[in-house]
Design a binder for this molecule. Structure first.
Ligand code: SF4
Ligand code: ZN
Ligand code: ZN
Length: 321
């Protein structure tokens, strides 16, 4: 018997993508529609832009943030928010230049106002952080310092430009990893903050993750189908060895193959059942919030020096020695 190629369930044209958990084969056009409908449903169901006038989307140039920029730009008339973009120049050799080139080209193509925030304007780069780690034999991974830098600069930019929320390209796989590893490590304080939306509080801008219920693979197909450019290069500082988060995701991906829809079920079950119970008994507000005595930004450090300023001082001491 000749092999019959799968056909799109919507139009009967040749299909190229199978949504396993929905048992759907789709052609490129109907896959794009399916993807955008899913993102819109997440925005509606989780009230991500309710009362939001200005969204600042963080674009690193990777596929996820490129998809977030594209889809948020497409939806801005429907929801009536103003969209702005921000890209952080971390000063990672070659990688940062590529990221900025792509982000800038997309902002200009879509007519989105944007900011390029340079870490070097604060006296150091991520390359310097790497040198400092080596000189001081610091075992803590560079990505954890990079996280401090990105959170600080995104929050600062959002407050400066009057954005109600920062939108990031975190996807379903990221949420699965975060929920599972924070649970494994007993980090309740982090767990209660996870979700598609973190409201603004204590001087921190709100966060939204509109792609939180679509997988990395779906995002890859989406940006490729639309022909959007993105950075293919891996960050030269990304860990070479697989860490526990990646191992957990590998195992959960095995479960997804056996039980299509497992990952969405896992995250939704956390958001709808476990998180409300945890949030009742653990209030993030209980933790004191201070002003950093150096930069004036909010911090939970009781010594009144924020993590970013501490890092900046330590790295600067080493590189200027
Ligand atoms: Fe930063 Fe790590 Fe991502 Fe590189 S891989 S951009 S160091 S978080
Ligand atoms: Zn079709
Ligand atoms: Zn500070």
């Amino acid at each position: 018997m000749p092999y019959t190629y799968p056909r799109c369930k919507k139009c009967g044209r040749p299909a190229f993508y199978r949504v396993r958990y929905a048992r759907l084969w789709l052609c490129p056009k109907h896959f794009v529609e399916f993807f955008e409908r899913r993102v819109k449903r997440a925005i509606d169901n989780y009230k991500l832009v309710r009362g939001v006038k200005r969204v600042l989307v963080a674009v690193s140039g990777g596929k996820d943030s490129v998809a977030a920029l594209y889809v948020l730009n497409k939806f801005k008339e429907i929801y009536g928010y103003e969209l702005m973009g921000v890209t952080i120049d971390l000063g990672i050799p070659e990688y940062s230049e590529k990221s900025i080139r792509i982000a800038r080209s997309l902002y200009e193509r879509f007519g989105v106002d944007y900011y390029i925030v340079k870490l070097s304007d604060y006296g150091f780069t991520l390359g310097d952080v790497q040198v400092w780690r080596r000189v001081k034999r610091i075992r803590r991974p560079i990505c954890s310092f990079c996280g401090i830098v990105k959170r600080y600069l995104l929050n600062k930019t959002a407050l400066e430009v009057g954005a109600d929320v920062v939108a990031t390209g975190h996807n379903l796989d990221d949420l699965v990893k975060f929920v599972a590893t924070d649970y494994y490590n007993g980090r309740i304080e982090e767990l209660v903050k996870l979700g598609l939306k973190t409201p603004a509080s204590n001087g921190f801008a709100g966060r939204i993750r509109p792609l939180g219920l679509v997988s990395g693979k779906e995002i890859l197909y989406y940006v490729n189908t639309l022909g959007l450019p993105y950075v293919h290069m891996k960050c030269p500082y990304s860990p070479r060895q697989t860490n526990i988060q990646d191992r957990i995701l590998e195992k959960i991906n095995d479960l997804e193959l056996e039980y299509p829809g497992f990952k969405i079920g896992f995250v939704k079950s956390f958001l709808h059942h476990l998180k409300p119970i945890m949030a009742k008994s653990y209030s993030v507000e209980k933790k004191g919030i201070y002003r950093c005595s150096i930069c004036g930004m909010p911090t939970s450090n009781s010594d009144r020096v924020c993590g970013f300023c501490k890092l900046r001082m330590r790295v600067s001491e080493t590189i200027s020695a």
